[in-house]
Design a protein around this ligand. Structure first.
Ligand SMILES: Cc1cn([C@H]2C[C@H](O)[C@@H](COP(=O)(O)OP(=O)(O)OP(=O)(O)O)O2)c(=O)[nH]c1=O
Length: 198
């Protein structure tokens, strides 16, 4: 059984592009960055924590493949997670306005006995136009920023802020599909085999 260790509807939808049957098990872990933790180390640690906590909950039952991921927005070395409130969202979007930032997404794929644990990091550059305070306030009202790293969604109204992007669109939305397909293949899950079996 393939287990997606995530509560994110975006990750569920993205993994669903390749895999027709998998289980969802959200991991309840502490996502607070350590002091002086580098963003790339942070996202990998958090994705591993998510996968390991699900491996533990399932008693390391054999035959399971666990997939997890973490997405953070990074600007000036600062890690922007999900906004805690409107003021936090405003702070984030003001920081991102009229410049480029990085979206860093990690991927962890492992077997439930943790015999084999793989991790990837995907970095995407995103450039925003200038955003006014009025737009920021209205955007918050839309509800979209609430559960998104950096307080925006490239797949939603947030697309209107994005002047350009270099890297992986699926990684920004929450799950890097190229890397996911490669890792699945390494673990013996052939996505084209799934299609031919249908
Ligand atoms: C930048 C950006 C982030 N996001 C989302 C992806 C993630 O769901 C979320 C970042 O928070 P995460 O902590 O990576 O994920 P999550 O809490 O939603 O789900 P889980 O930890 O259970 O897997 O932000 C978008 O949907 N669009 C975007 O453009």
């Amino acid at each position: 059984m393939i287990i997606l260790a995530s509560a994110s509807p975006r990750r569920k939808e993205l993994l669903g592009t390749f895999i027709s049957s998998f289980e969802i098990m959200p991991a309840d872990i502490d996502e607070t960055p350590f002091e002086f933790e580098a963003p790339q180390e942070y996202v990998v640690r958090v994705a591993k924590d998510k996968a390991f906590s699900i491996a533990n909950i399932t008693n390391n039952q054999t035959g399971n493949l666990i997939i997890s991921s973490d997405t953070s927005v990074v600007v000036d070395g600062q890690i922007l997670g999900k906004p805690v409130d409107e003021a936090d969202s405003k702070r984030m979007l003001r920081l991102l306005s009229n410049r480029s930032h990085e979206v860093i997404t990690s991927l962890c794929v492992c077997d439930s006995q943790l015999r084999r644990v793989t991790t990837d990091i995907v970095v995407t550059q995103v450039e925003f136009r200038s955003i006014s305070d009025v737009e920021i306030a209205l955007y918050w009202k839309s509800g979209e920023p609430k559960d998104k790293a950096g307080s925006y969604a490239i797949q939603g109204i947030g697309a209107s802020f994005v002047k350009s992007m270099a890297g992986s669109y699926s990684a920004v939305v929450g799950l890097p599909l190229f890397e996911t397909a490669n890792r699945l293949a390494e673990f013996g899950v052939q996505i084209f085999q799934e299609i031919s079996d249908e």
